[in-house]
Design a binder for this molecule. Sequence first.
Ligand SMILES: [Zn+2]
Length: 433
Amino acid sequence: MRQRIYIAVLLLLSSLPVLAAEVSGFRVWADPVKTRAVLDLDRKTAYKLFTLQNPHRVVVDLEGSSIDIPVELDEEHAGIIASIRYGQPDNNTLRVVFDLTESAELKSFLLEPTAQYSHRLVIDLYSKSNRKTSSLVKHVTDISKPNRDVVIAIDAGHGGEDPGAIGRNRTREKDVVLRIARELKKSIDAEPGMQAVLTRDGDYYIPLRGRYEKARKARADLFVSIHADAFTKSSVVGSSVFVLSARGASSEFARLLADSENASDLVGGVTLNDKDDMLASVLLDLSQSATREASNKVAADILNAMKRTGTVHKPHVGRANFMVLKSPDVPSVLVETAFISNPGEEKRLTEKEFQQRMARTITTGVRDYFYSSPPPGTWIAANRDSKKYIVARGDTLGGIASRYSVSLSRLRSANNINGDVIHVGRELVIPTS
Ligand SMILES: [Zn+2]
């Protein structure tokens, strides 16, 4: 009896295709230049990829695979994918078809398992016709323009495939940091002489190096990466500010944190195997010391603002080997806004009031930094010694302008005012002649 079962099992096994893989998950993410489709596989499998025209389609044939999940398209993130379906052209093949709204160039790769995911097949669809560039890539500061704004690149950590840290109530770091980043942009844009750009403004992943490259291309004066911390002990609370460490990390805690933040690229979908890494890191180290000094200063200013308005995790600026801070020429800081692993702070992270307070606090620190060390040629360099005036009842903009002998147009531009409406109690900057 025992033997017969054995034979039956063997027959069954031999009739199964080799390395049968099961598709156990499916996700789509759209960023400004591409749409990324991700298939979770329980093991590595061979696949073929091709495109068809009229209508535009991408076909993926997975060898000896099956699928046992409902494949639903999340419309908000669908990008150029109009619909998705699958079938079996023969017994040994799972065929997944993506119907596209336009033709696309393809890139695909397999990713190894991580703590969060199993094996994955990633298919990137680059739109050929209407290639959009993000606002940040389009934004290039004209550094020769007199009285230009200082530009602050705000980087919401994680995104897309990479959720970042996850709280007990399933709050995802990538979602709350994007909300804080948007609040921070609003708060900075409201400051005269300051302008913010976002590295991402949606739920998609950007490789770590791509984040600071965006800031460099935009000729940003400062790069601020926004994160939420996680630790094994849920009692740990408070905000932290980090700069890149000169050599390695300043503490074991910082090293562990750097490891988990740097692992983003493995989760988000980049393989870190650039051959010129060694050369790049040598070149980066050489040009980084001036940038490092500025980074230290702005980090201290942000931390001081935090000490005045909230709870800080440590009384000093942290140092860690964060990949995202390795810009050679843009001062860079990383803010861990709060601990998502602490239930109280997790809740606060989701609240608009906390998000706005955090944004205002970071803005205060950034403003303190630029007013004490303004880059030459900026509006702040020209106006930081100017007088301040608090609008009183009965004041008019014209009246204030003539009282201080400045033109109405200079007074308007110094304060980001378009019309003539000024509110009682507002602090106006009176430009120096
Ligand atoms: Zn993070």
